[in-house]
Ligand binder design. Structure first.
Ligand code: DHA
Length: 128
């Protein structure tokens, strides 16, 4: 049975979607934009935006009872691929901090993102 995931630790959906779904063996998050769930604010710089998107992904994954180490695939959407290095620095640190292996990943540049943010990240996690 598919369960809808909901947490106050990640921003509410800004459209007709849910924060994530739990299929039992697998959890899929919606793309997480870097909105601070407590304040609604979006930081200016790409490093802070990357960290916030990752924290939001983590919150949705944890709402399922899984953790960062259970993430097997991430997709990263960036507005400007010139930010690739800055994104990677924060991204690598995030997984290191959680003693989690780096998952598979795709990273693509897109024309525009909701709320005109610089990054959006989605995840797939597996329940072993
Ligand atoms: C932010 C999103 N994930 C969306 O608009 O679909």
């Amino acid at each position: 049975m598919t369960k809808i995931l909901h947490t106050e630790q990640a921003p509410a959906a800004i459209g007709p979607y849910v924060q994530g779904v739990d299929l039992g063996s697998m959890v899929l998050t919606s793309g997480q934009i870097p909105v601070n769930p407590l304040t609604g604010d979006v930081a200016e710089d790409i490093a802070a935006q990357t960290r916030q998107s990752l924290d939001n992904v983590k919150a949705v994954v944890e709402a399922s009872g899984l953790c960062v180490a259970d993430i097997v695939k991430m997709t990263v959407f960036v507005k400007d691929l010139n930010d690739f290095g800055a994104v990677n620095e924060v991204y690598g640190t995030f997984f290191d901090e959680h003693n989690a292996p780096y998952p598979a990943r795709s990273c693509v540049e897109v024309a525009r993102l909701p709320k005109d943010v610089k990054i959006e990240i989605e995840a797939i996690a597996v329940r072993k």
